[in-house]
Design a protein around this ligand. Structure first.
Ligand code: C5P
Length: 225
């Protein structure tokens, strides 16, 4: 619909992991189901925004009213994000791999019988959120996520400055893989900004998405010219 709180706004969302190829059959990736990012894209569309969702490899249906661009690697994600600007707000939920292989092998790497593993040279990937933070077309509202296992608020505060973001949505992923936030349907987040820290209780990811989009709409309304 076009009468929601985000009508006339373009919201850009990244979601899911990236896959960085090692060879044709192997890759490096972060754990990410894409559920929180897809829920945010759905909530933004529901609020009347035009939504671009740049999605890494995930098995999730495209939310109604959302324009989805599928990518594999961090570099592809950055290109798709860049090509999707301008946006009123960008919400970077993707768990981007920090490193990729220096050069992916064209053929499957074979064990050579020596008992020594094949060497894996890594290089750093571009930071998409930080790139947007200093972009000529920086969205008016730039939101990052931070999956932390300790000192959650401290790390999120540092990340705000480092990335040039307005808010960092921090969540605790210290639980065992698969048993907590990652892949699960619930999320407990703290929203860190220059205004301070807002802690939300553990909520279904769709509720976190709805509340976050409400907050985004409010911020965009306040900053409207
Ligand atoms: O530094 P860290 O990976 O913890 O930061 C997380 C935030 O930065 C998330 O919003 C994530 O989407 C974004 N990010 C990014 N590009 C990267 C690494 C992280 O956009 N290469």
């Amino acid at each position: 619909g076009n009468r929601g709180s985000l009508s006339g706004k373009h919201i850009l969302v990244t979601a899911g992991p990236t896959h960085e190829p090692i060879d044709p059959v192997r890759y490096i990736a972060n754990r990410s189901s894409g559920k929180q990012g897809f829920a945010i894209a759905a909530a933004a569309a529901h609020a009347g925004a035009r939504v671009t969702l740049v999605a890494g490899p995930v098995q999730l249906p495209t939310p109604a009213g959302v324009a989805r661009i599928d990518v594999e690697t961090a570099r592809e994600m950055l290109s798709a994000v860049d090509a999707s600007l301008p946006a009123d707000a960008a919400i970077m939920v993707a768990a981007v791999a920090d490193w990729r292989t220096a050069d992916a092998a064209g053929q499957k790497i074979k064990k050579d019988g020596s008992g020594q593993p094949a060497p894996l040279a890594l290089v750093e990937n571009p930071d998409i959120l930080a790139t947007l933070g200093r972009h000529a077309l920086r969205p008016k509202l730039l939101v990052g996520f931070a999956a932390e296992t300790q000192k959650i608020a401290d790390h999120a505060q540092a990340k705000l400055a480092k990335k040039g973001a307005d808010w960092i949505v921090a969540n605790d992923v210290s639980g065992a893989p698969g048993d907590s936030v990652m892949g699960g349907d619930d999320n407990a987040v703290q929203i860190v900004s220059a205004q301070g820290i807002e802690s939300w209780p553990c909520l279904p990811k769709q509720v976190v998405a709805d509340k976050l989009i409400e907050k985004v709409a409010h911020a965009l309304t306040l900053s409207a010219d």
